[in-house]
Design a protein. Structure first.
Lengths: 250, 103
């Protein structure tokens, strides 16, 4: 319900920037649909947020600092890694390093954002650019499927992203209090995203000819990972896969 | 962070936020500089599946038996039931079982 409250706030802000007579660019009906579509992922997101809260507590963050970081930065893996390696002395170099690590860890969003261009460019830039900060994987993938099923209302992606944001920020608190009492691995909760990705792959399946790009993507990603390590493998694999996939479709 | 340094905290949060925003908005902005013709459009259509494949493939290599079982169970469940909630639930349930069995 909190997510709906926040959505209403976003919506009202967005509406205020429009001419009152203009046809709305998105609807709350689609927003609600986006919230509902995201519910299956809530347990996994919650466990992930708790894991961050636990790490932040161990590193001496206050609860406020931890929740504020989740709310402002809103980048799961990058937050975990930077907080885990929180510098003892803050210099320009360590601050730059934190930004560089974050950029590399999040580089896949360059491609995710690009793939959302056709869907979101219906909206005025004044709505799209503030929203893009909340564009994470679940709303992106759910929206890709929503589009394939004929949906074209951006309210859907707003609802899904707002749900993720609320769950991510709220779940930081119990993780902070409970510490390492619960072991998410034991319940397979670290596998929520891989399981969800696999399910979405089945949804996106459009026959073996279209899957050529997926195979190329997987092979290039594995090769990049083996040869160079690091976190670039998603970008190299996905770029190779989309180029081959796009060309082989002609 | 044992000795509170609010300036440092704000500086790192700000630097990370800028970096995250550059990735989330940068690709969207950049692709908008191009005219999206038929070929680029097909590449964008192929992009989501390619991103997923590039994320999951190395995981299968490193994640051991529990990752392999998760992906197989989630995939089969999705094909059979067309329900992502069931696929996620059974996928992580299978991972938990594999781990409980000591793998």
């Amino acid at each position: 319900m909190a997510s709906r409250g926040m959505g209403l706030a976003i919506g009202l802000l967005a509406r205020m920037t429009e001419k009152p007579s203009a046809k709305p660019h998105w609807t709350f009906a689609a927003f609600r649909q986006g919230v509902v579509a995201t519910l299956p992922l809530m347990p996994g997101l919650f466990a992930f947020g708790m894991a961050f809260g636990t790490v932040a507590a161990r590193k001496g963050f206050s609860l406020f600092d931890a929740m504020a970081m989740s709310g402002i930065v809103f980048a799961g893996v990058a937050q975990l890694i930077v907080v885990e390696a929180w510098p003892q002395e803050l210099t320009a170099a360590t601050i730059f390093a934190a930004a560089a690590v974050t950029f590399i860890l999040c580089s896949r969003f360059l491609l995710i954002g690009a793939s959302m261009r056709p869907f979101l460019s219906k909206l005025p830039p004044a709505q799209v650019y503030p929203f893009l900060h909340l564009l994470v994987e679940p709303p992106w993938l759910l929206t890709i499927r929503y589009q394939r099923e004929g949906g074209d209302d951006p309210g859907f992606i707003f609802g899904s992203a707002a749900t993720c944001w609320v769950v991510w920020v709220v779940s930081t608190a119990p993780g902070f209090w409970l510490g390492a009492a619960a072991d998410p691995q034991r319940f397979g909760l670290d596998m929520v995203m891989p399981a969800f990705f696999t399910a979405m792959m089945v949804s996106l399946w459009q026959g073996p000819r279209r899957a050529v790009g997926w195979v190329v993507a997987g092979v290039v990603a594995i090769a990049t990972d083996q040869l160079f390590g690091g976190f670039w493998y998603v970008v190299t694999g996905a770029l190779a896969g989309s180029i081959v996939g796009g060309l082989s479709d002609e | 962070m044992s000795e509170r340094d609010p300036f440092g905290w704000i500086a790192i949060i700000a630097a990370m936020t800028v970096a995250v925003y550059l990735t989330r908005a940068g690709g969207y902005w950049l692709i908008g500089r191009f005219t999206i013709g038929a070929r680029l459009r097909r590449m964008l259509d192929a992009l989501p599946g390619a991103i997923i494949a590039a994320t999951v493939a190395p995981l299968l290599l490193h994640g051991g038996l529990s990752a392999l079982v998760t992906v197989c169970v989630a995939g089969v469940t999705m094909v059979a039931l067309r329900n992502d909630f069931a696929a996620v639930l059974l996928g992580i349930g299978a991972a938990a079982l594999v781990r409980a069995a000591g793998f």
